[in-house]
Design a protein around this ligand. Sequence first.
Ligand code: NAD
Ligand code: MG
Length: 382
Amino acid sequence: MESDLKVSDQTMTVYDSLSLELGERSYQILIGANLINDAGAFILPVLRQPRVVVITDENVAQLYLPNLKRSLSSAGIGHSEIILQAGECTKSLSHLESIIDQLLMQKIDRDTTLIALGGGVIGDLTGFAAAVVLRGIDFIQIPTTLLSQVDSSVGGKTGINTKYGKNLIGSYYQPKLVLADITSLESLPLREILSGYAEVVKYGLINDAPFFDWLEKSGNALCEGDKALRQQAVMTCCRAKADIVSQDERESGERALLNLGHTFGHALEADIGYSDTILHGEAVALGIILAHELSVTMKLCSKEVVHRVKDHYQSVGLPVSPSDISGYNWNPNRLISQMKSDKKVKDGRLTFILTKGIGSAFIANDVALEDVRTILAKATNS
Ligand code: NAD
Ligand code: MG
């Protein structure tokens, strides 16, 4: 994996670049300001034929579709668009069917490329549509939320939700290019920035203690809008994710580290019923704190570590205890049943990512239910 600062010959745009190495499925991740305005020039070289269909949601369409279309036209790329409703409910079979109908109606062929312009919902859905339509066509990610820039647009997990749970239909299908435009984060509500920031911190906690130190110093300014800090953080996270994915694309081993905080977090989201009461990153922040608490209970790390993590999440304004989720009745038994039905449960054992300290996370496949119950019960009164 290589990374360096580049200037585009065509556009003079300055951007960071790194590559995710997966043999013939390798691709570039470009990170910089105003990349959407110059997207056509970056995209053209990876297209089989100069025609694309942009899939986006109504919020993002209003903000960024006109500039994207302008840059596609000036690069000589033919384009049409599909604009969907915003929100998690769009990651569904019915929306997938509607996308596929529209693509086939437009008579796309195997050389057409899809572009996902939006957050993780649009990225996951578009990637999955690309994986299945005509047995697979190319797609490009243009992530416009912090969460999608540091997580969902990289690594090729695509999919949709079902009534039985999230992401239960999907595939591993890698994009041909990722363009992370840091400027697009300026229109994102602070709550969404913070939700993505919970995942940014995760990378420090997994295996990069100096990054966590840096976030303790820079996190507030980053969340408040400092572009240079955002670019640096997105770069660090994408590099970390690319590293892990290139070694373990299908999560047979260390890719599972990226699930730090997610066993707790998913249980919480499922129990709340995937609503605005809690965003994914908010659930992950709480889940990460609980995973650290569990590690303390199992005598794997010191209490000071939990305090550091909790203080940092609290300092930027993320929820750190059940009482921070208004209108939700914390119930350890219900959360345990949610964990048991999570797709990451193998042979009835709960898998958790635990830690020996900041930046020293590891995979534990055999965690005692009683320890988990104790942590959840303790959290009730925090
Ligand atoms: P999202 O896509 O729903 O976007 C959040 C909201 O922000 C939406 O209302 C959207 O319209 C709006 N928005 C997007 N960009 C904007 C911008 N620049 N300015 C203003 N508003 C903007 O949510 P998300 O947090 O980006 O993604 C969540 C999804 O990602 C979940 O479905 C989750 O399962 C998935 N995910 C996937 C992976 C993966 O590896 N594939 C990893 C993590 C999360
Ligand atoms: Mg996540």
